[in-house]
Design a protein around this ligand. Structure first.
Ligand SMILES: [Zn+2]
Length: 308
């Protein structure tokens, strides 16, 4: 089990924004003090290269983002801010995702979790959105395809729809995307009839759920729709956009999932990875903004990956 964690992610300084450095400080503390931490491998890795980023993002946007960070630009989008440390943090986050794919494809390691920030799944090919600068999970998926894989599946259980990831792969046909998310809610996309187009038709699966859904119904919906997509796609690798803002007390999101429920979701995805992907699963931190509950939820998730 690979665990990517580094204090460098505190250098994406967002002040009192809900997506702030205290999130990752709490997660890192919790992971480092977990009884199974010593069983994990903690790699060192490099920042993603421009060539790796531009498999997903427009070169002009990547250049603009770097310039914004150098200028300490502050607010660059309705909900998104950058500081001078943001370029390093964002490219190191994407780099962790890429390194994890490389290790899982080319070494005996089959599972990884990356405790990274800023999150990525709202980031669009041509711009930042919703706290996100670079779409880490999309960059990881494109890297996996570049390594020769034919089919990759992304599972996104963040409470918000992963619109940036969906946009990236809507007509792709090699990278499938499943999202379960609160609806109606930010960012407003992710209806059930958004299923892809062209070669990507049938490779996008959305499960919008109402704010008052019960845990039982949430798990039923998750199981049914995810199993359908996995059977259709037969993924060789599963990537997880692991957001933890579906916790009832999350200040930005909020839905029905307590910390132990993220262990249940993890078990379900692990079972599919065993069936289709030789157990290969890489999970990347997305949202989750409650400073006490986020570390508990992450720990419940990672523990399942470690003990699998
Ligand atoms: Zn979210």
């Amino acid at each position: 089990m690979l665990l990517y964690l580094d204090d460098c992610f505190t250098q994406h300084d967002t002040g009192s924004h809900p997506e702030n450095k205290a999130r990752i400080q709490g997660v890192n503390r919790a992971l480092r003090s977990a009884p199974w931490f010593g069983d994990c491998t903690t790699p060192t890795w490099d920042a993603a290269t421009i060539a790796q980023l531009t498999r997903v993002h427009d070169a002009t946007y990547v250049q603009q983002l770097q310039a914004w960070c150098e200028q300490n630009a502050g607010q660059i989008e309705a909900d998104t801010v950058v500081s001078t440390g943001s370029w390093m943090a964002a490219t190191r986050g994407a780099g962790a995702a890429i390194h994890a794919v490389h290790q899982v494809l080319h070494t005996p390691e089959s599972r990884a979790f990356a405790a990274i920030r800023p999150p990525g799944h709202h980031a669009l090919p041509d711009g930042p959105m919703g706290f996100c600068l670079l779409n880490n999970v999309a960059i990881a998926a494109r890297y996996a395809i570049a390594q020769g894989l034919q089919r990759v599946m992304i599972v996104d259980w963040d409470v918000h729809h992963g619109n940036g990831t969906q946009d990236t792969f809507y007509a792709d046909g090699q990278v499938a995307f499943f999202s379960i998310h609160r609806s109606p809610f930010y960012p407003g996309t992710g209806a059930e009839d958004e299923t892809g187009t062209g070669r990507g038709l049938g490779f996008i699966s959305n499960a919008p759920v109402h704010a008052d859904i019960t845990r039982e119904k949430f798990f039923d919906t998750f199981d049914r729709k995810l199993e359908q997509l996995a059977a259709r796609v037969q993924p060789e690798l599963i990537l997880v956009s692991a957001g933890f803002d579906a916790h009832p007390q999350d200040p930005v999101g909020g839905l029905c999932l307590e910390a132990p429920d993220f262990a249940v979701l993890t078990q379900k995805v692990l079972a599919l990875a065993d069936i289709y992907a030789n157990g290969k699963i890489i999970s990347l931190l997305e949202g989750g903004y409650h400073l006490q509950h986020l570390p508990e939820c992450v720990t419940a998730h990672v523990q399942e990956l470690v003990e699998a």
